[in-house]
Design a protein around this ligand. Sequence first.
Ligand SMILES: [Zn+2]
Length: 444
Amino acid sequence: MIDEITSLMQEMIRNRCINPPGNEMRSVHTIERFLSSYGVETEVFESAPDRGNLLAVLKGSGERPSLMLGPGHVDVVPVENENEWSMPPFEGKIQDGCIWGRGAIDMLYIVAAQTVVFAHLYSEGFKPKGDLKLLVVSDEEIGGELGANWMVQNHPDKVKVDYLVTEAGGEPIGPKRLSYIYGEKGTAWTRMLFKGEEKHGSAPFKSNNAVVTMAKAIQRINMYQPPRDTTIIKPLLKALGVGWFTRTLMNQPLLLGFMLNQLSKKNQGDASFIHSLSQMTWSPNVCRGGAKTNTIAGTASLDVDVRVLPGQDEDYVREHFRKALGPLVQSIEINSMEPDEGGTFTAGTLSDVSSPLVELMDSVIKELRGPEFTLVPMISPGATDCRFFRSAWNTQAYGFAIHDGSMELATLYSLFHGTDERVPIGTVELTAKGYMELARRFLS
Ligand SMILES: [Zn+2]
C-alpha cells in the first residue's frame, strides 16, 4: 500500500489546497480518480465553487456498529516563508526517510492512508458487519463550515456513524506510550470594553481612565482561580504511570493547585498541560486603549482567550467573569468576539475514554509497535472536525495514528502548521496497517 499512499500524498501536496481559498476540489478529484481505479463508487458534494467533500460507503450487514475513516481534511494552512524550508513545500519530495510538504502531517498522510485502506478492503471483497464509510472533507483549517459541518447539516443520513477515527493521536508521549485523542476543549473568545472620560493628560487626579480600569481587570482575571475538575486528568495520570500516591493527591480538586505548583518546579511543560486539562483557562492576550499620550484614555478593549472544558457553556464563562471582576463588572461591557475573529462559541466535546474501538487500538499498537506499548488518553486543546459528529449523534470519535518513534515529540508538534512539515514513511506505513486492522476487526 505504501507506494499508493505516497503517490496520493504527493499529488495532494502539489494540489496546494491552501485555505483560504481552499480549492479542495483538486484533491477531492485526486481521491475520486484513485478510488474509481479500484471500482469504488463515490459521491462528491460541492459545498461552494471549487470546494467540496467526498463520501464512499461499503454497506454493512447491520450486525455491528458503523465506522468511519475520517473526516479527513485535504485543506492545508498557508506557508509563510518558503525560503525557510529545507525542501520546497509544495513538491512532495522524499528525503531522509520522510515525505516533505505542507499538509504532509496535517493531515494528508492520514487521508491517503485511509483512502488506500478503503480501496484495498473493497477490492478484496471485504463484507463488513457494520457500514464502513470514508469521508474526505474541505475547510477544516477555517472551522469546517464547508466541510465536515456542511455534511453533517446537509446530509446527516449519509454521514451519521457510531464510531470514527481521524487525525492526530499516535504521538509518542514518553517511552513506550502513544496518545489517542478522545475529546477537545471548546473556545469562548471574549472581548471586554472599558469606558473612561477623555480629558487632558496633564491633570489625571481622580480621573476615569479606561486603560487603568483595564489594568485592574487584567489583574483580577489573572489572579482568579476557576473551579478545578479532575475528570479528564484522572485517566491521563494513570496512563502516564504517575504513582498511586501522587495520583490520589492530584485527583483531589482541592489539592491539585498545590500539586501543580510542585510539579511546575520540576517539569513546567507537564504542569501547564495538566493545568489546562483540569479547568477553564483565561489568557488576556490583546489590549488596546487610549488615543494620545496627552489625553486620558476614553476607551480600551481587552481580548481574552477563553478555553472551556466539555460541559462548560457561555453562562458558565460569564458567571466566572462576574465573580472575578467583582465590583468592576458594572463598568465593563463583556461580549463574545465577532464570529470572523473566531468569537463563535464552541463547546468542548468528549467521547468515551474507553470503548470497544479503543480496546482494538490498544491491541493494534501492541502488535505493531511492541507488547510493552500502552495508549494514553488525551484531549485536544484546539477544535477538530470531531465536534460536529459528537454533537450531532454522540459519535465515538477518536484521533488515532501510529507514529514510528523516529521523531521527538517536540519536533513532531513543531511540524503542524510549521516550517519543514514532513512525515516519516515509517509512520505512514504503521498508520495504514493500523487502520486496516482496526476496520477489519471492528467490522468482522
Ligand atoms: Zn488537521
